[in-house]
Design a protein around this ligand. Structure first.
Ligand code: NDP
Length: 239
Protein backbone atom coordinates (compact mmCIF):
# COMPACT_ATOMS: atom_id res chain seq x y z
CA UNK A 1 0.00 0.00 0.00
CA UNK A 2 1.27 3.52 -0.79
CA UNK A 3 1.71 5.27 2.54
CA UNK A 4 0.28 8.75 2.02
CA UNK A 5 -0.43 11.03 4.93
CA UNK A 6 -2.67 14.11 4.85
CA UNK A 7 -1.28 16.95 7.01
CA UNK A 8 -3.62 19.92 7.40
CA UNK A 9 -2.34 23.43 8.12
CA UNK A 10 1.08 22.43 6.86
CA UNK A 11 2.14 25.60 5.11
CA UNK A 12 3.92 26.77 8.24
CA UNK A 13 4.43 26.21 11.98
CA UNK A 14 3.85 22.81 13.59
CA UNK A 15 2.08 21.39 10.52
CA UNK A 16 5.04 22.18 8.31
CA UNK A 17 7.46 20.47 10.68
CA UNK A 18 5.18 17.43 10.84
CA UNK A 19 5.05 17.26 7.02
CA UNK A 20 8.82 17.59 6.80
CA UNK A 21 9.48 14.93 9.44
CA UNK A 22 7.07 12.43 7.88
CA UNK A 23 8.43 13.10 4.37
CA UNK A 24 11.94 12.40 5.68
CA UNK A 25 10.58 9.05 6.93
CA UNK A 26 9.52 8.17 3.35
CA UNK A 27 5.78 8.59 3.70
CA UNK A 28 4.01 10.33 0.82
CA UNK A 29 2.72 13.68 2.08
CA UNK A 30 -0.37 15.60 1.04
CA UNK A 31 0.05 19.08 2.46
CA UNK A 32 -3.27 20.87 2.92
CA UNK A 33 -3.62 24.55 3.76
CA UNK A 34 -5.93 27.52 3.45
CA UNK A 35 -3.04 29.44 1.93
CA UNK A 36 -2.31 28.77 -1.73
CA UNK A 37 1.40 29.00 -0.92
CA UNK A 38 1.09 25.37 0.18
CA UNK A 39 1.45 24.33 -3.45
CA UNK A 40 4.97 25.82 -3.53
CA UNK A 41 5.79 24.52 -0.04
CA UNK A 42 4.93 21.03 -1.29
CA UNK A 43 7.14 21.53 -4.38
CA UNK A 44 10.05 22.44 -2.10
CA UNK A 45 9.46 19.37 0.09
CA UNK A 46 9.09 17.28 -3.03
CA UNK A 47 12.45 18.46 -4.40
CA UNK A 48 14.09 17.31 -1.17
CA UNK A 49 12.24 14.05 -0.51
CA UNK A 50 10.38 13.35 -3.78
CA UNK A 51 7.05 12.49 -2.18
CA UNK A 52 4.92 15.58 -1.44
CA UNK A 53 1.98 17.30 -3.09
CA UNK A 54 -0.04 20.35 -2.02
CA UNK A 55 -3.79 20.98 -1.93
CA UNK A 56 -5.37 24.35 -1.18
CA UNK A 57 -8.43 23.86 1.03
CA UNK A 58 -10.32 25.63 3.80
CA UNK A 59 -10.78 22.76 6.26
CA UNK A 60 -13.45 24.67 8.19
CA UNK A 61 -15.82 23.98 5.27
CA UNK A 62 -17.21 20.48 4.66
CA UNK A 63 -18.00 21.31 1.05
CA UNK A 64 -14.46 22.58 0.41
CA UNK A 65 -13.05 19.34 1.87
CA UNK A 66 -15.34 17.17 -0.26
CA UNK A 67 -14.23 19.05 -3.38
CA UNK A 68 -10.55 19.23 -2.50
CA UNK A 69 -10.21 15.52 -1.76
CA UNK A 70 -12.46 14.23 -4.55
CA UNK A 71 -9.52 13.96 -6.97
CA UNK A 72 -7.25 11.78 -4.85
CA UNK A 73 -7.21 8.01 -4.58
CA UNK A 74 -8.52 7.59 -1.04
CA UNK A 75 -7.35 3.97 -0.83
CA UNK A 76 -3.77 5.30 -0.75
CA UNK A 77 -4.32 7.27 2.43
CA UNK A 78 -2.39 5.72 5.29
CA UNK A 79 -2.93 8.47 7.84
CA UNK A 80 -4.30 11.91 8.65
CA UNK A 81 -2.84 14.61 10.85
CA UNK A 82 -5.60 17.08 11.73
CA UNK A 83 -3.37 20.01 12.65
CA UNK A 84 -4.93 23.18 11.14
CA UNK A 85 -6.04 25.57 13.84
CA UNK A 86 -6.46 29.21 14.73
CA UNK A 87 -6.95 31.17 17.91
CA UNK A 88 -8.91 34.37 18.60
CA UNK A 89 -8.07 34.95 22.26
CA UNK A 90 -10.25 37.37 24.21
CA UNK A 91 -12.02 37.33 27.57
CA UNK A 92 -15.43 35.69 27.22
CA UNK A 93 -17.33 38.85 28.19
CA UNK A 94 -15.79 40.59 25.16
CA UNK A 95 -15.92 37.61 22.78
CA UNK A 96 -17.94 38.14 19.62
CA UNK A 97 -19.98 35.48 17.84
CA UNK A 98 -17.54 35.71 14.90
CA UNK A 99 -14.56 34.94 17.19
CA UNK A 100 -16.40 31.96 18.68
CA UNK A 101 -17.62 30.67 15.34
CA UNK A 102 -14.30 30.98 13.47
CA UNK A 103 -12.37 29.02 16.08
CA UNK A 104 -14.97 26.27 16.55
CA UNK A 105 -15.30 25.83 12.78
CA UNK A 106 -11.56 25.75 12.10
CA UNK A 107 -10.36 23.78 15.13
CA UNK A 108 -13.27 21.38 15.69
CA UNK A 109 -15.51 21.11 12.60
CA UNK A 110 -12.34 20.52 10.55
CA UNK A 111 -11.87 17.22 12.42
CA UNK A 112 -15.16 15.97 10.98
CA UNK A 113 -14.78 17.70 7.61
CA UNK A 114 -11.41 16.10 6.83
CA UNK A 115 -11.57 12.74 8.66
CA UNK A 116 -15.01 11.84 7.30
CA UNK A 117 -13.62 11.91 3.75
CA UNK A 118 -11.31 8.98 4.53
CA UNK A 119 -12.99 6.74 7.11
CA UNK A 120 -14.76 4.51 4.54
CA UNK A 121 -11.54 3.81 2.63
CA UNK A 122 -9.59 3.24 5.86
CA UNK A 123 -12.23 0.74 7.00
CA UNK A 124 -11.93 -1.03 3.63
CA UNK A 125 -8.12 -1.02 3.94
CA UNK A 126 -8.42 -2.31 7.50
CA UNK A 127 -5.74 0.20 8.40
CA UNK A 128 -5.44 3.86 9.34
CA UNK A 129 -3.60 6.28 11.57
CA UNK A 130 -5.42 9.41 12.72
CA UNK A 131 -3.58 11.98 14.84
CA UNK A 132 -5.45 15.06 16.01
CA UNK A 133 -3.68 18.12 17.38
CA UNK A 134 -5.38 19.36 20.55
CA UNK A 135 -3.81 21.78 23.04
CA UNK A 136 -2.99 21.98 26.75
CA UNK A 137 -5.75 24.64 26.75
CA UNK A 138 -8.36 21.87 26.37
CA UNK A 139 -8.57 21.90 30.15
CA UNK A 140 -9.71 25.54 30.20
CA UNK A 141 -7.68 28.73 29.92
CA UNK A 142 -8.45 32.39 30.54
CA UNK A 143 -9.22 34.21 27.28
CA UNK A 144 -9.72 31.00 25.34
CA UNK A 145 -13.38 29.91 25.82
CA UNK A 146 -13.61 29.33 22.07
CA UNK A 147 -10.22 27.61 21.67
CA UNK A 148 -10.50 25.52 24.86
CA UNK A 149 -13.98 24.33 23.85
CA UNK A 150 -12.75 23.29 20.41
CA UNK A 151 -9.63 21.58 21.75
CA UNK A 152 -11.64 19.71 24.42
CA UNK A 153 -13.99 18.65 21.61
CA UNK A 154 -10.97 17.27 19.74
CA UNK A 155 -10.32 14.95 22.68
CA UNK A 156 -13.91 13.62 22.79
CA UNK A 157 -13.72 13.12 19.01
CA UNK A 158 -10.40 11.28 19.29
CA UNK A 159 -11.50 8.92 22.04
CA UNK A 160 -14.79 8.14 20.28
CA UNK A 161 -13.10 7.34 16.96
CA UNK A 162 -10.57 5.17 18.80
CA UNK A 163 -13.47 3.15 20.21
CA UNK A 164 -15.46 2.95 16.98
CA UNK A 165 -12.64 2.27 14.54
CA UNK A 166 -10.19 0.14 16.49
CA UNK A 167 -11.73 -3.07 15.19
CA UNK A 168 -10.78 -2.02 11.66
CA UNK A 169 -7.09 -1.58 12.46
CA UNK A 170 -7.45 2.20 12.70
CA UNK A 171 -5.86 4.03 15.60
CA UNK A 172 -6.88 7.55 16.63
CA UNK A 173 -4.81 9.59 19.08
CA UNK A 174 -4.41 13.21 20.17
CA UNK A 175 -1.15 15.08 20.50
CA UNK A 176 -1.46 17.81 23.12
CA UNK A 177 1.18 20.51 22.66
CA UNK A 178 1.97 22.89 25.50
CA UNK A 179 3.72 26.13 24.60
CA UNK A 180 5.42 25.79 21.22
CA UNK A 181 7.38 28.42 19.27
CA UNK A 182 5.47 29.09 16.00
CA UNK A 183 4.02 32.13 14.18
CA UNK A 184 0.88 31.60 16.36
CA UNK A 185 2.77 32.11 19.64
CA UNK A 186 5.26 34.65 18.23
CA UNK A 187 2.38 37.17 18.43
CA UNK A 188 2.35 36.82 22.24
CA UNK A 189 3.69 39.75 24.34
CA UNK A 190 7.16 39.04 25.83
CA UNK A 191 5.91 39.30 29.46
CA UNK A 192 3.23 36.63 28.95
CA UNK A 193 5.75 34.41 27.17
CA UNK A 194 8.13 34.64 30.16
CA UNK A 195 5.28 33.75 32.54
CA UNK A 196 4.52 30.65 30.50
CA UNK A 197 8.16 29.51 30.50
CA UNK A 198 8.23 29.85 34.31
CA UNK A 199 5.45 27.23 34.48
CA UNK A 200 7.34 24.71 32.33
CA UNK A 201 9.39 22.24 34.41
CA UNK A 202 11.80 21.69 31.48
CA UNK A 203 12.30 25.51 31.35
CA UNK A 204 12.18 26.06 27.66
CA UNK A 205 9.59 26.77 25.02
CA UNK A 206 8.83 23.70 22.87
CA UNK A 207 9.66 23.47 19.18
CA UNK A 208 7.55 22.36 16.25
CA UNK A 209 10.02 19.48 15.87
CA UNK A 210 9.15 18.29 19.40
CA UNK A 211 5.53 17.95 18.27
CA UNK A 212 6.49 16.33 14.95
CA UNK A 213 8.46 13.73 16.91
CA UNK A 214 5.32 12.70 18.84
CA UNK A 215 3.24 12.53 15.65
CA UNK A 216 5.91 10.42 13.96
CA UNK A 217 5.79 7.93 16.82
CA UNK A 218 1.99 7.55 16.67
CA UNK A 219 2.08 7.17 12.86
CA UNK A 220 4.40 4.19 12.89
CA UNK A 221 2.91 0.89 11.68
CA UNK A 222 4.00 -0.79 14.91
CA UNK A 223 2.23 1.81 17.09
CA UNK A 224 -0.87 -0.29 16.42
CA UNK A 225 -1.68 -1.01 20.07
CA UNK A 226 -1.77 2.67 21.05
CA UNK A 227 -5.17 4.30 20.53
CA UNK A 228 -7.33 6.88 22.26
CA UNK A 229 -4.43 8.48 24.14
CA UNK A 230 -3.47 12.10 24.78
CA UNK A 231 0.26 12.43 24.17
CA UNK A 232 1.34 15.64 25.90
CA UNK A 233 4.27 17.54 24.42
CA UNK A 234 4.66 20.32 26.92
CA UNK A 235 7.86 19.89 28.89
CA UNK A 236 5.68 18.88 31.85
CA UNK A 237 3.60 22.08 31.68
CA UNK A 238 0.24 22.12 33.41
CA UNK A 239 -1.88 25.18 32.68
P1 NDP B 1 0.17 28.49 12.86
O1 NDP B 1 -0.80 29.62 12.92
O2 NDP B 1 1.62 28.79 12.85
O3 NDP B 1 -0.17 27.56 11.59
C1 NDP B 1 -1.47 27.11 11.37
C2 NDP B 1 -1.59 26.67 9.95
O4 NDP B 1 -2.94 26.25 9.76
C3 NDP B 1 -1.31 27.79 8.95
O5 NDP B 1 -0.55 27.30 7.87
C4 NDP B 1 -2.71 28.19 8.53
O6 NDP B 1 -2.84 28.68 7.21
C5 NDP B 1 -3.45 26.87 8.59
N1 NDP B 1 -4.88 27.07 8.65
C6 NDP B 1 -5.56 27.93 9.47
N2 NDP B 1 -6.86 27.87 9.19
C7 NDP B 1 -7.03 26.97 8.20
C8 NDP B 1 -8.15 26.50 7.46
N3 NDP B 1 -9.39 26.93 7.71
N4 NDP B 1 -7.95 25.60 6.48
C9 NDP B 1 -6.71 25.14 6.21
N5 NDP B 1 -5.60 25.57 6.85
C10 NDP B 1 -5.76 26.47 7.84
O7 NDP B 1 -0.22 27.55 14.08
P2 NDP B 1 0.67 26.49 14.90
O8 NDP B 1 1.60 25.79 14.01
O9 NDP B 1 1.17 27.15 16.13
O10 NDP B 1 -0.47 25.49 15.39
C11 NDP B 1 -0.75 24.25 14.74
C12 NDP B 1 -1.74 23.48 15.60
O11 NDP B 1 -1.18 23.25 16.89
C13 NDP B 1 -3.05 24.21 15.82
O12 NDP B 1 -4.11 23.29 15.83
C14 NDP B 1 -2.86 24.81 17.21
O13 NDP B 1 -4.08 25.04 17.83
C15 NDP B 1 -2.07 23.73 17.88
N6 NDP B 1 -1.33 24.16 19.04
C16 NDP B 1 -0.33 25.10 18.94
C17 NDP B 1 0.37 25.47 20.07
C18 NDP B 1 1.48 26.47 20.04
O14 NDP B 1 2.01 26.79 21.11
N7 NDP B 1 1.87 26.98 18.89
C19 NDP B 1 0.05 24.91 21.40
C20 NDP B 1 -1.01 23.95 21.38
C21 NDP B 1 -1.65 23.60 20.24
P3 NDP B 1 -2.57 30.22 6.83
O15 NDP B 1 -1.08 30.28 6.63
O16 NDP B 1 -3.34 30.46 5.60
O17 NDP B 1 -3.05 31.04 7.99
Amino acid sequence: MTKKIIVTGSNRGIGHSIAERLASEKYGIIMVDYDNKVINSAKTLNSEYGNAEGIQCDVSSYEACENAFSGIDKREIYGIVNNAGINRDVLFRNMTYEQWDAVIKTDLYSMFNVTRQFTDSMIENKFGRIVNISSASWNGNVGQANYSSAKAGVIGFTKTLARELGKYGITCNAVVPGFIKTPMTDQMPEKIREKFIEKIPIKRIGTAEDVANAVSFLMKPDSDYISGILLEVGGGMIL
